[in-house]
Design a protein around this ligand. Sequence first.
Ligand code: IPE
Ligand code: IPE
Ligand code: MG
Ligand code: MG
Ligand code: MG
Length: 363
Amino acid sequence: MTDSLLPPKTGKRRLFALGFASPGPYRKWRNGLKIIPWLIGTILMDFSQRFDSHVQRVDAWLDRLLREAALSDQTDQGARAVVPADISPSTPENNRLVTAMHYAATNGGKRLRPVLVIETAALFGVPPDACLNAAAAIECVHCYSLVHDDLPCMDNDSLRRGQPTVWKAYDEWTAILAGDALLTLAFELLSRPDTHGDGDVRLALIATLAKASGASGMAQGQAMDLAASALSEHVQLDLRHVKLLQALKTGALIEAACLFGALLGQGDANAKASLQRFGQALGLAFQISDDLLDQEGNAQVVGKATGKDTAAGKATFVSLLGLEGARRELRAALEDANAALSEFGARADPLRDIATFIAQRQH
Ligand code: IPE
Ligand code: IPE
Ligand code: MG
Ligand code: MG
Ligand code: MG
C-alpha cells in the first residue's frame, strides 16, 4: 500500500496531538467549546479518505497496466523464438525491463499528479474511473523523471520513496531503459480510445503532456538544474532564474495535470486558464516545499536523502531566500493558487485541500 496525500492515521494522530480531534461524537457534546475543532477534524478526515480512495485506484490501475505490458509480449511468438529462454520477456517475473518499470511506478509515490487530474476533472463532472489512463500517463512520466533523476550521472541517489532507487535495485542500463519505456508508455496510454471518446481530446492530452515533458518543460528544467550545479563555482542563479528553472523542472508536469482535468471535462477557455494558473502556482509551492524538505526534512520520513541541494551547491529557494524567505514565498504561491480557483466556488474545495497539504507536507 502506498502513502496517501494525507495518511488518515497520521492526520488523526496529529489532530489528537493538537487537541483538535475527539475520538467520537460523545466527547463533542461533553465540551461544547470543542465542537468547532472537532468539525475541522472531521472535514480533514473526509479529505484524507477521499484522497486515499483516488490513490488506491491509481495504484491498482498502474499495477494492472504494467502487468499487461509484460504479458502483451507473450503474443509475440516470433520475437520469443529468437530470444534465449532465460531472457525471454514472457512473464512479469522474468521480464527485467517491465519488472523495473513496475518497481519504479508502484513503490509508494504520493500520486499528487494523478490526484490533481482526478480532482480537476471532477470540477466538470468527470468520474474518477474515466480519468485513470490520463492520470496513469502523467504518473508514468513523473516516475520516469525520478528514475533518471536518481542516476549516478544526475543526482546520484540511492534512496527513493524509502527504497533503493531503480539503478541501485537493478543497474544503470535497466534504469535508463525503464525510464524510457515509462515515458513512451504514457503516450501510448493517452492514444487509447478508452482514454477519451473524442479523438481531439486525446490529441490535446498528448500534445499537452509532450510539451510539459520535453525541451520546453521538465527535461529542460532538469538540464538547467544540472548545468547550474555543474557551473555553480562560476555562475550563481538569481531568484528569477530559479523560478524559471523550477517552473520547468517541477511546475510543468503539475500544470499539465491540472490542464488534463479541463481537457477531459472539455471545460471552456476561462476554466482552462484558471486551472493553468492554479497549476503554475501549485507547482511553485510544491518545489519550494521540496527545497524546504531537503533542508529541514527527516530522510526517513521524506523517503529520500536530504541535505543534497546544499552539498551539490544548488541554487534553490532556500539557498537564495533562507528558510523564512522560502516559507514566505510558499505562502504567497498558495494564496495565488487559491485565488485562481475562485470561479469554481465550493466545488474546488478538494483542490484547496491539496494546496494546504502541499504547504504542510512532511514527505
Ligand atoms: C519529487 O516529487 C520530485 C519533484 C518533482 C520535486 P514527489 O514528491 O511528487 O515524489 P513522489 O511521487 O511522491 O515520490
Ligand atoms: C527532480 O528534482 C525533479 C524531477 C525529477 C523532474 P529534485 O532532484 O529536487 O527531486 P528529488 O528531491 O530528487 O525528489
Ligand atoms: Mg534533481
Ligand atoms: Mg533529485
Ligand atoms: Mg529535491
